[in-house]
Design a protein around this ligand. Structure first.
Ligand SMILES: [Mg+2]
Length: 168
């Protein structure tokens, strides 16, 4: 019986400011409130898992190696705040209908790999396709990070990741 809870995070626009296909450390900038959320989630026993479409790889903007190097850098940034990222999954392909969000494939792989109780887990992303992928994967609560009060299938639209802290 999968018993671990996860906080599933999108990457660009959710963890780091979306500067259009980020892969260089010098373009890294925290989204305000994400460190606080991750720290609280870790204390509450959640695994933190990053689920990110990375079509910039197939588009030829950067390589798998660039992506991997940036993720290693990103892990280091989290570690500097005492936060451990359990892992990350990405989909480099534009036309992967199983894994590319809004499809749930990456979430389902993560559930298998880490033994996640999806119904007890949360997701946060800055695009409706993040919310849809979480819903399709059976994630219990799915939140959209957005400044505008847009229409969303999300359980709530939040302006800062830190708004999730009381909901953990
Ligand atoms: Mg995003």
């Amino acid at each position: 019986m999968p018993d671990k809870r996860a906080l599933f995070l999108d990457r660009d626009g959710t963890i780091n400011v979306d500067k259009h296909y980020v892969y260089r450390p010098q373009d890294f900038e925290w989204i305000p409130g994400i460190v606080e959320l991750c720290r609280a989630a870790q204390s509450a026993g959640y695994l933190i898992i990053i689920i990110t479409n990375q079509s910039g790889i197939e588009r030829g903007y950067y390589t798998e190696q660039d992506y991997a190097a940036f993720m290693q850098f990103l892990s280091g940034q989290f570690e500097a705040h005492g936060i451990r990222i359990a892992g990350s999954l990405h989909c480099p392909l534009l036309h992967d209908e199983i894994n590319r969000k809004p499809a749930p494939g990456l979430f389902l792989q993560a559930a298998d790999r880490w033994g996640i109780n999806m119904a007890a887990s949360l997701s946060l992303g800055d695009k409706e396709r993040d919310v849809q992928a979480g819903i399709h994967a059976g994630v219990g609560r799915n939140y959209l990070l957005s400044d505008s009060a847009e229409e969303s299938a999300a359980d709530a639209v939040v302006k800062s990741p830190s708004e999730l802290i009381p909901l953990l």
